[in-house]
Design a protein around this ligand. Structure first.
Ligand code: BGC
Length: 429
């Protein structure tokens, strides 16, 4: 057990912080949210049925503009870059694989490498091919979706081979189950279908196995195949939490471990994604607990949660971790610099206490399509003009660059940004 460090980085103990040699600094993106023109996915159909406030359309046209966007990423000191592959694009009809699309993805991966960045490739980021979604049963809850996913993974592995540094089969099975089966604002649009959500976990866990086996088979056993999962920091609220905390325990299990435990033993690494905390009382949540700063989406900014979820994940699974998403919607870029610094200071605590963390990818490089919320929320280090698609780095992009190039957080760095509610930046409540 490592010596206990003070849990709250404060102004008085601020020191220059550095990260392990070879640490990955990068940004995360996803196909549907970036590429544009993804006509063969269930989300396209969902939009066509008017289930969203804004359609994705050409997104930010990453499909065509990727060389410039990757130049931009490299110019910000990034040495890693995450993309996803759109299954419906690769396999627009069941069993018909589009070789031109596969070679376009290979070009993207090589372009990432050519710029000195390690490519991370995710095979599924929420969207399903429309032919799969059109079947009687929703994808994953039953049937052969896992086997079909394995076949698709094999084709992608054959096309991209060993040029991929980090493979992730699935992104956030938990978010998919929540929005698709409980809240119902994403396909397949089920409300409070807890059984369906749980069955999707079972199907997605099987899909992970098939895909991982396929990649190891094609690329070799050394291929690093994991997946990414969002982990809210679930903790008892400051008041009303009760003595016994069943809700916190249940919530943490459902949100985090229920799925990951199913794939335990089949992970070469794990992507931890952290956005906010969830304070719980004996029987529910307390979203108004305390007064933390908030993002444009209203999400609570609680940087120490990154420390906690990283430690919990490390202690539970013991495989190398990459922070594969962390970020915020902040159109004016008022809080992003501070957010970045504070989360990294907490992450460094976890590393100092023994967690094997290999990198930090920010969500996201560019403003992009935020699913049901459309293009309103601005998650980019780089602003994208909706009309012209012109990219313009925000001030926080320069701050990210300084951190990435220094492989740490210099102690004089404050980014000039402050939390909107005036909270002490280094002692977030
Ligand atoms: C998802 C992204 C999403 C981001 C911000 C993550 O949970 O993987 O697709 O844009 O959160 O909401």
């Amino acid at each position: 057990m490592a010596a206990a460090l003070p849990l709250t980085p404060s102004a008085s103990d601020r020191r220059p912080v550095s990260f392990p040699e070879g640490f990955l600094w990068g940004a995360a993106t996803s196909a549907y949210q970036y590429e544009g023109g993804n006509l063969h996915s269930d989300w396209y159909e969902w939009e066509r049925l008017g289930r969203v406030r804004e359609r994705c359309g050409r997104a930010v046209d990453f499909w065509e503009r990727y060389p410039g966007d990757l130049d931009l990423a490299a110019s910000l000191g990034m040495n890693a870059f995450r993309v996803s592959v759109e299954w419906g694009r690769v396999e627009p009809e069941r069993g018909r694989f589009d070789d031109a699309v596969l070679s376009h993805y290979a070009d993207i991966v090589h372009a990432i490498r050519d710029r000195g960045m390690q490519p991370m490739v995710v095979l599924w980021h929420f969207t399903n091919p429309s032919w799969l979604a059109a079947r009687r049963e929703a994808p994953w809850v039953s049937g052969d979706s896992p086997e079909l996913f394995g076949r698709y993974a094999r084709r992608v592995a054959e096309a991209l081979g060993d040029s991929v540094a980090w493979w992730a089969t699935l992104n956030e099975a938990n978010t998919y189950a929540d929005h698709g089966f409980i809240q119902g604002d994403w396909p397949p649009g089920r409300h409070r279908d807890y059984l369906g959500g749980y069955r999707s976990y079972v199907g997605l866990a099987r899909a992970h196995s098939h895909a991982r086996n396929a990649i190891h088979d094609v690329v070799g056993p050394a291929a690093r195949v994991g997946l990414t999962h969002v982990l809210p920091w679930v903790h008892p609220a400051s008041t009303g939490a009760g003595v016994w905390k069943p809700h916190a325990a249940w919530y943490r299990w459902m949100a985090a471990w229920a799925f990951l435990d199913r794939v335990r033993g089949e992970l070469d690494w794990l992507g931890v994604q952290y956005y906010y905390d969830v304070p719980t009382t004996t029987f529910g949540h307390r979203p108004d607990d305390g007064d933390p700063p908030r993002t444009d989406m209203g999400w609570r900014i609680v940087p120490k949660g990154l420390y906690h979820v990283t430690m919990q994940t490390w202690e539970r699974y013991g495989v190398p971790i990459i922070i594969t998403e962390n970020g915020l919607a902040d159109c004016e870029d008022e809080q992003r610099g501070r957010f970045l610094i504070d989360h990294l200071l907490w992450l460094e605590r976890a590393i100092a206490q023994g967690a094997d963390v290999r990198g930090y990818l920010h969500w996201s490089l560019l403003d992009n399509f935020e699913w049901a919320a459309g293009f309103g929320p601005r998650f980019g280090l780089v602003d994208v003009d909706r009309a012209t698609l012109v990219r313009a780095p925000r001030p926080s992009a320069a701050l990210f660059e300084r951190i990435a190039r220094a492989n740490g957080v210099p102690d004089d760095l404050d980014g000039g940004s402050r939390y909107s509610n005036g909270a002490d930046p280094l002692t977030p409540r």
